[in-house]
Design a protein around this ligand. Structure first.
Ligand code: PLP
Length: 370
């Protein structure tokens, strides 16, 4: 199988409940009102752009969002705020996570003085578990993979009457994932003061990493809703061993990944893509690139060891996947068809996201110091 797949999007958004919720999102005002809110930085890396032979490389750096090391809290916090409007007496929030989403939910539950129970799969690292429990949540590690852990959390929440705040949707579970996706819109709106300009973005290509796909679907939704067919080209990046969207585009239907689910990119090591995210992704993404752990480690090091006057960026294993995908597309001749499909060349202005910082400082140090 190839390391990429080309998609020919209709660029027409679905008109479902997710779309309605996204259209009504007030996430930016919600987040701005939080005490320690700070817009995450948008860096320009001229020296790295030069090295890569593109016109501009922008990096939206989420490594310090609300002091939590990843962007994920944008979704969970907004969903919690919306659900509490209708159900103020909720006692317990529950979720399954491979780290970042659970940390964001624990932080949000604590803010509203609610209990939080978080299930993590067998591979979640001790430090990531500790980061969640340090925020007051009960964390149970199951001897299961991510997808089975999600199913477990859904079942037990129903039985115990806990409120499940899951960042992926399935049949009859769409409202909360839609609120989560609405929360992610905050960081796209933050760029309206810079590159996401009114009539035309100062951008040609966006390269984003993907787990269950909710975040990349928010990105696609944002750009399609705002610019229609003039949206930038959007490429998704997945780990070779856990590539549910690649496999789904390949088979033309939403399916679980076929790989061995073993990767250092914990945040991207998910199962079947989210149902509502898939509806947006297949209509708006221009392709998918699969990357290896070795490729993402090189990208982490590039961020960590800046060239000339570029800024140093602390980027974790899932955080650097977008940059790794860009480099692969530029340098690997086997991806030439995709490169031509999206018009990636010396004039391209490209946006990637650093979606997490040092979420496991031991493994981070081992990688960047090697
Ligand atoms: C750091 C990081 N980046 C990207 C993603 C991908 O988000 P999604 O699962 O919505 O595709 C995740 C998911 O947890 C993540 O933790």
């Amino acid at each position: 199988m190839k390391d990429f797949i080309i998609n020919y999007p209709s660029n027409i958004l679905p008109t479902d409940i997710t779309n309605q919720i996204l259209k009504k999102s007030k996430s930016i005002s919600y987040h701005r009102a939080i005490n320690n809110y700070k817009k995450s930085p948008l860096h320009k890396l001229p020296a790295l752009s030069n090295l890569l032979k593109i016109s501009n490389l922008y990096v939206k750096d989420e490594s310090n969002r609300f002091g939590l090391d990843s962007f994920k809290v944008l979704g969970g916090s907004y969903a919690v705020s919306q659900i509490l409007k209708n159900k103020p007496n909720i006692d317990v929030f529950c979720t399954a996570t491979d780290g970042n989403h659970g940390k964001g939910l624990a932080w949000s539950a604590k803010k509203y003085n609610k209990k939080c129970i978080v299930y993590v799969p067998k591979d979640t690292s001790k430090l990531r578990i500790k980061a969640i429990s340090d925020l007051g949540a009960r964390v149970d590690q199951l001897k299961m993979n991510y997808e089975d852990t999600c199913n477990y959390a859904a079942k037990i929440s129903l039985k115990m009457n806990w409120e499940l705040i899951q960042d992926a949707s399935w049949s009859n579970y769409e409202l909360i994932p839609a609120y989560i996706m609405s929360g992610y819109l905050t960081h796209f709106i933050e760029m309206e003061e810079t590159i996401n300009k009114l009539n035309q973005p100062d951008l040609d290509i966006v390269i984003i990493q993907c787990g269950v796909g909710s975040w990349s679907a928010s990105c696609i939704w944002y750009y399609l809703n705002r610019y229609g067919k003039n949206k930038p080209k959007i490429i998704l990046v997945e780990p070779v061993e856990s590539c549910g969207v690649y496999q789904s585009l390949y088979e033309g239907r939403r399916v679980s990944p076929k790989g061995n689910l073993s990767t250092i990119m914990a945040g991207l090591n998910c199962g079947i893509p989210s149902k509502s995210a898939w509806e947006i992704i297949k209509r708006g993404c221009d392709g998918v690139i699969k990357i290896t752990d070795t490729e993402v480690m090189s990208a982490m090091k590039l961020f960590y060891n800046p060239l000339l006057d570029d800024i140093k960026i602390i980027s974790g294993e899932s955080g650097a996947a977008g940059l790794a995908g860009l480099i692969k597309c530029l340098n690997d001749n086997k991806l030439k068809k995709l490169k031509d499909h999206i018009g990636l060349n010396k004039d391209s202005r490209v946006l990637v996201f650093n979606t997490e910082g040092k979420t496991d400082k031991n493994s981070f140090s081992k990688i960047v110091e090697n």
